[in-house]
Design a protein around this ligand. Structure first.
Ligand code: NAP
Length: 323
């Protein structure tokens, strides 16, 4: 017990220091000194991209960046009005009219299934699927389908969307890619099979970190499972960006880091970069930050040993049973 507390204290200290030095705006500007400008000059005219949670923050910036480079963008939003507003802003600021709204609530398996069967009728190849929608709900909320809300959106929503869209993603092989927006917060959590925080007192921040760790492990699993289908699976984290989500879920953090956080565009930079990079330069299953592959574990944080095949296989079995 004492050792566990000591490890947790070390983990959160290491995370705080590493995050402060790298995840803020100054970290982005420092890392940007090594960026190649040409990487972002590629066009992706005619490529079909899906971005979930696209009406706000990093998702909006991603959809905008993809549309600016000529892609046909399907923006998945849960709210029709907010979605329509975002679509029309992107159409007018980019001049790209091939930007469309799809309404889907990712906290509902029923809704994801209904969206996917509707969308599949288009029978088009999907070149890039960006799993961006996410939230940090501090209190325990149960969805109408009976799932803990953070888990429902961050894990089950990401899993369901990816698995159900795979037949369309596969159509764009060998260039197909799935990009999932995780969080640096996942460094704080080992992989656990307690997906809905059933043991112990519920803690939203911890649950969010667990969810984001699962996304990293799922990406590894997908890369291994579908490696022969010409699909690249990448997971990234955006650093700390000033978005409506952060302001609502982490008000004290947001206030104390006022002026130090990244913009949404800076948070979305690596997502767009992953969509544009030639696939042979990327590692499927890899975790990316500021246009580079980075470690999935902090030194001495004792998260690596949990990251084994047994845990993720059992998590996948659970997720399949919910689909
Ligand atoms: N900002 C950061 O510093 C940071 C750091 C690490 C990771 N991230 C990750 O980045 C991603 C984007 O977050 P953000 O900071 O840009 O937050 P945000 O501004 O709140 O955007 C989140 C988006 O997800 C959507 N969403 C939430 N629940 C949904 C649901 N049930 N169905 C469909 N869409 C849903 C939101 O829709 P509504 O507008 O309708 O709520 C919104 O469009 C998340 O996965 C987050 O975990 C962000």
């Amino acid at each position: 017990m004492f050792l566990l507390k000591l490890i947790q204290a070390w983990r959160s200290t290491a995370f705080g220091v590493y995050g402060y030095l790298n995840f803020t705006r100054s970290g982005f500007l420092e890392h940007a000194k090594n960026f190649n400008r040409e990487d972002m000059e590629r066009r992706i005219d005619g490529k079909n991209c899906i971005v979930t949670g696209a009406n706000s923050g990093i998702g909006y910036a991603t959809a905008h960046g993809l549309a600016l480079r000529g892609a046909t963008v399907y923006m998945i939003c849960r709210n029709k009005e907010r979605g329509e507003d975002a679509v029309s802003k992107i159409q007018s600021s980019t001049g790209n009219q091939n930007v469309y709204l799809e309404v889907c609530d990712l906290s509902s398996v029923r809704d994801i299934k209904s969206f996917s069967s509707r969308f599949k009728e288009k029978d088009i190849p999907i070149h890039v699927l960006v799993n961006n929608a996410g939230l940090l709900e501090n209190t325990r909320v149960t969805t109408s389908e009976g799932y803990e809300l953070n888990f429902a959106v961050n894990v089950l929503g990401t899993y369901g969307m990816t698995e159900l869209m795979l037949p369309l993603v596969e159509k764009s092989q060998p260039d197909a890619r799935v990009i999932t927006v995780s969080s640096g917060g996942m460094y704080n959590s080992p992989l656990t099979t307690d997906l809905q925080f059933n043991s112990g007192i519920f803690n939203g921040v911890e649950q969010y970190a667990r969810n984001k760790r699962v996304q990293v492990a799922l990406t590894e699993k997908w890369a291994e499972k579908y490696g022969d289908k010409g699909i690249g699976f990448y997971v990234m984290h955006p650093g700390w960006a000033e978005t409506p989500g952060v302001a609502t879920s982490l008000p004290s953090f947001s206030k104390s880091f006022e002026g130090k956080l990244r913009t949404s565009d800076e948070g979305a930079d690596t997502v767009i970069w992953l969509a544009l990079q030639p696939k042979e330069k990327l590692v499927s299953g890899g975790f990316y930050f500021d246009r580079a592959e980075v470690s999935k574990h902090l030194p001495l944080a004792a998260t690596k040993s949990y990251h084994d095949a047994i845990a993720i296989d059992s998590i996948v079995d659970t997720l399949n049973s919910f689909m």
